[in-house]
Design a protein around this ligand. Structure first.
Ligand SMILES: Cc1cc2nc3c(=O)[nH]c(=O)nc-3n(C[C@H](O)[C@H](O)[C@H](O)COP(=O)(O)OP(=O)(O)OC[C@H]3O[C@@H](n4cnc5c(N)ncnc54)[C@H](O)[C@@H]3O)c2cc1C
Length: 458
């Protein structure tokens, strides 16, 4: 689709430095850091404001050219690699932090603001407040994360990050600029209701219903002190009881667990890390004592992390890549799945079998969200990026894991194309009908990230 006329039109909107169809510029946008195969991109464009986004969408709609909105491009599941070519819209120039409201505790930001940028802005200017941040690299955007039901250290108490959106400004596929949430009728972007909640439509939609240009997300008070304790379980069957006991205390800030065969000293255990917070060191000590009892009561060995590890684990967000990437060649991808707690033991056991079958060291992690109402489980598979056969091997393991998650009553998260079709095969037919109705009504020319969540009638 490399066409000089189209390039000229796009240059008229954003200026010639911010759009390209040169192969050397497109190369990086034709792939992501996960196991997906490369796919073709025709243009990359970097708008500076909502008005430019609107003009690009209007033009693409008239020309029926796909648009793929992109934040940091870090989901690992290929969600920002075009399926049918077209324009990747890289949001990084829309990086204004518009307002921090300390009283109603929210941040109003443009969609290109990264997690690292907001975190350091708050640390420097509003040290009492903390944002919802995933354990992803700091170049991930807040928008990209909250728009995929992301999660992080605030999720145990406050739910997934999608639940923390107060409002969005979105350019719909016909170029209309719409606002949803309290911002639709108030100067304050403080709440999602009490009006019909359309924001949910745009979460986990993978850019198929419009381009979000601004959003408001909740901020939370920062604790004075934080510490972490470990529990070691030998048997996956003990996981639900322990997690129910931990959350019953109401004292845990964040609960992470995992099991992995590498490094060797971790093999054979399920590690359960509970973060505690407090106003002073005495309160922390008291809370740690409570968890000591809870762990022991639930068949877990209690331990405080050695000092040399403690600092690493206390960094929020923690550096997660190290947990999964153990093999030569530096690549990994994971199936994340929202699971019902009762199925977590079986999920751990059977996913470890899948890993061994594909000759990949088992690496499984989880995070609790909203107490124990949801648990997101990460089944990671590492691969050697330089070896196409090894990547294929990982893709097969990922596919089998998506099937496993669905079989056990779970829901694959930020799911790649192949897994989206598995979800749509299993989903209630009336859900598919409504999905198609909404998509056709908002995007009749199917220009927004086409190929994703596509309902194909057989
Ligand atoms: C080492 C590592 C650790 C991770 N840990 C976590 C973790 O702890 N928690 C977690 O939640 N995730 C985690 N992730 C997954 C992922 O990196 C994050 O969720 C990340 O925040 C996604 O943001 P992004 O800006 O990269 O999104 P992108 O990949 O750019 O986009 C995600 C989706 O949203 C759409 N989109 C992006 N911007 C817009 C927009 N403006 N309008 C409409 N649609 C849009 C895209 O089209 C895409 O479908 C991790 C990833 C890695 C590599």
């Amino acid at each position: 689709m490399h066409n000089e006329r189209i390039l000229n039109e796009l240059q008229n909107i954003v200026g010639e430095n911010y759009v390209s169809n040169r192969e050397e510029d497109l190369y990086i946008y034709s792939q992501d850091p996960g196991a997906s195969l490369r796919r073709n991109v025709d243009y990359v464009i970097l708008p500076k404001n909502t008005e430019e986004v609107r003009k690009i969408v209007l033009f693409a709609n008239a020309e029926k050219i796909p648009i793929i909105p992109m934040g940091g491009g870090l989901t690992l599941s290929g969600l920002i690699i075009p399926v049918r070519g077209g324009i990747v819209m890289d949001m990084k120039r829309m990086n204004r932090i518009i307002e921090i409201n300390e009283t109603s505790r929210y941040a109003l930001i443009e969609a290109g603001v990264t997690t690292g940028q907001l975190l350091s802005h708050l640390n420097q200017n509003f040290p009492e407040l903390q944002p919802p941040i995933p354990d992803a690299p700091p170049s991930a955007t807040i928008a990209g994360n909250v728009l995929i039901h992301g999660s992080g250290y605030l999720s145990q108490k406050h739910g997934d990050h999608g639940a923390m959106i107060n409002g969005i400004e979105v350019v719909l596929p016909d170029g209309e600029i719409s606002k949803f949430g309290s911002c639709a009728l108030s100067d304050y972007w403080f709440s999602r209701g009490p009006i019909i909640d359309f924001i949910g439509l745009f979460i986990s939609a993978f850019g198929t219903l419009g381009v979000i240009t601004k959003l408001s997300i909740k901020l939370y008070p920062k604790p004075n002190y934080r510490d972490v304790v470990f529990g070691l379980l030998k048997d996956t069957k003990d996981i639900p009881k322990l997690l129910l006991e931990i959350t019953k205390t109401g004292l845990a800030e964040d609960v992470l667990l995992g099991s992995q065969d590498k490094p060797e000293w971790m093999k054979g255990y399920i590690f359960v890390m509970t973060y505690v917070t407090g106003d002073d060191p005495e309160e922390i000590e008291q809370n740690i004592k409570t968890f000591k009892k809870v762990y022991r009561k639930s068949n877990a060995r209690f331990m405080k992390p050695p000092d040399r590890m403690r600092d690493t684990y206390l960094e929020k967000p923690i550096f997660a890549a190290g947990a999964a990437d153990y093999r030569k060649g530096g690549g990994f991808e994971y199936v994340g799945a929202f699971m019902p707690l009762e199925k977590v033991p079986e999920a751990y056991d059977r996913a470890a079998e899948i890993s061994r079958k594909y000759n990949i060291p088992p690496t499984i992690g989880s995070r609790l969200m909203s107490g124990t109402h949801t648990i997101v489980v990460f089944f990671s598979y590492s691969f050697n990026r330089a070896d196409p056969k090894d990547m294929e091997n990982a893709r097969n393991a990922l596919h089998e894991t998506n099937e496993l998650a669905l079989q056990l009553g779970g829901i694959p998260w930020k799911v790649e194309l192949d897994g989206q079709q598995l979800v749509l095969e299993k989903i209630d037919p009336s859900y598919k009908k409504v999905l198609k109705l909404v998509k056709t009504a908002l995007d009749p020319n199917n220009i927004m990230n086409p190929g994703n969540w596509e309902v194909n009638e057989k």
